[in-house]
Design a protein around this ligand. Structure first.
Ligand SMILES: Cc1ncc(C[n+]2csc(CCOP(=O)(O)OP(=O)(O)O)c2C)c(N)n1
Length: 423
């Protein structure tokens, strides 16, 4: 089935393989425009998951854009929340919201936030962004389905780097323990994360064997072969006995040659030239009203800027810090000081640095970049903040001086109990 009228059971629109391939190409194009208009966002992973998104939202999942909360709909949980633009385009192409509105990505007050917010846009099942949590939510939704005697399926979209989070494996255990054969995991195996190849940051393979040993059925597919993707997702709809995971081999940045397989395109948006080149390569430049979309985005931003301007107090003099010439100083982000201090003082053999797949951004990697002899004291921990916190506690117990860093939200809230108990 697919996109349907939940009252009459009629199919609203059906897509064959060629139509899905075409939709995915167009969705990739809109994705590039939205990322460019936002000036930030995640190009690599949104492009790698787009074929699966098109297949799921336009053909495989039973859902109804006129009735987003239809109780029998299939549920799609985006554990990998940074791929939100793909989710928005899946919803938009399915008719849940206007396609052109997705260009308001990441704008203040817009429903199309950088990470999905379930209260802002219909069709978004849950808010996500902190990696590793979606499979547990999906397990809860699947459990509720069983309790309520429903036949819907719950699909959970994850990244391969994300598999490093321990919570995934707690959820995997719970899913098989409770016999959740109404749960389908989808892993976007593009083999890259922020700090580099998944195999080097923290190897997660062999995923097939891992899921099987946790009591799941597992199947590897080519995540860009639309026929294979549709066949796998459609057979997942009738799968029984165990929870099922589809491990989809994909290419990060798929469809745009200069983005493909480049870790640096993880969290980057295209410039004007790159946008033009990308749309040409995708063959959709003439099918997307780029200028009108960018104008829409500019107008929205202009209105926000004016609104904010009116809210700001007016002063007789310009008191803003660092404006007056006699007090001008060089502005640098504080995180740079972190890296500089580590570069300067890292010769102390007790110092060990723990990387959490965000190393360049917070500059913790400056510890070793110009000092290769320190490389053995650089410990990549993957996307696993809780375990790394306790690993740091163990290192400290043995006299090391562990330095640990990631974004505050993952290193003060997520691992609070480890800090409270051991550190
Ligand atoms: C708990 C948590 N830690 C760190 C991050 C920051 N972060 C965002 S995306 C990402 C890499 C994800 O890699 P992967 O799952 O392979 O996704 P993909 O490469 O497909 O984008 C990280 C570390 C996060 N969002 N959540």
């Amino acid at each position: 089935m697919a996109l349907m009228n939940s009252l009459s059971g009629e199919i609203r629109r059906s897509y064959d393989i060629a139509a899905l391939e075409d939709a995915a190409r167009l969705m990739r194009g809109y994705n590039l425009v939205a990322l460019h208009a936002a000036g930030s966002g995640h190009a690599g992973g949104t492009l790698s998951i787009m074929d699966i998104t098109a297949a799921l939202y336009l053909r495989v999942a039973d859902h109804d854009p006129e009735n987003p909360d239809w109780e029998d709909r299939d549920r799609m949980i985006w554990s990998t929340g940074h791929k939100a633009p793909s989710l928005y385009l899946g919803l938009a192409f399915a008719g849940f919201c206007p396609i052109d509105d997705v260009v308001l990505l990441r704008k203040l007050g817009s429903p199309y936030q950088g990470h999905p917010h379930w209260l802002k846009l219909e069709g978004v099942e849950v808010s996500t962004g902190s990696l590793g949590q979606g499979l547990s939510i999906a397990a809860g939704i699947a459990l509720a389905g069983k309790l309520n005697g429903k036949t819907y399926k719950t699909f959970c979209i994850m990244g391969d780097g994300e598999q490093q989070e321990g919570q995934i494996w707690e959820a995997a255990m719970a899913a098989s323990h409770h016999g959740l054969d109404n749960l389908v995991g989808i892993v976007d195996c593009n083999r890259l994360q922020i700090d580099g190849p998944v195999a080097e940051v923290m190897n997660v393979e062999p995923l097939e064997q891992k899921y099987r040993s946790f009591g799941w059925d597992a199947r590897r597919i080519d995540g860009h072969d639309m026929k294979q993707v549709v066949e796998a997702l459609e057979s997942a709809k009738t799968h029984h006995g165990k929870p099922l995971v589809l491990l989809a081999d994909t290419v990060k940045g798929k469809g745009v040659s200069f983005m493909e397989n480049i870790a640096g395109w993880h969290g980057k948006s295209p410039s004007s030239d790159e946008l033009k080149k990308g749309l040409d390569e995708l063959g959709v430049a003439n099918r997307i009203p780029v200028d009108a979309l960018l104008e829409k985005s500019r107008n929205y931003q202009g209105a926000i800027d004016r609104k904010l301007h009116h809210k700001m107090p007016e002063f007789n003099h310009d008191y803003w810090w660092n404006r007056a010439l006699n007090m001008k100083v060089k502005m640098e982000p504080t995180r740079k000081g972190f890296g500089q201090a580590l570069a300067e003082h890292g010769d102390d053999q007790r110092i060990v640095c723990l990387g959490l797949d965000i190393s360049g951004s917070i500059t913790i990697s400056d510890f070793y970049t110009s000092k290769p002899e320190r490389r053995n004291r650089w410990l990549s921990m993957g996307i696993a903040e809780q375990s790394a916190t306790s690993v740091a506690a163990g290192l400290a117990r043995e006299g090391k001086l562990p330095v640990f860093g990631t974004y505050a939200t993952f290193a003060a809230a997520r691992n609070l109990d480890q800090i409270r108990t051991s550190i």
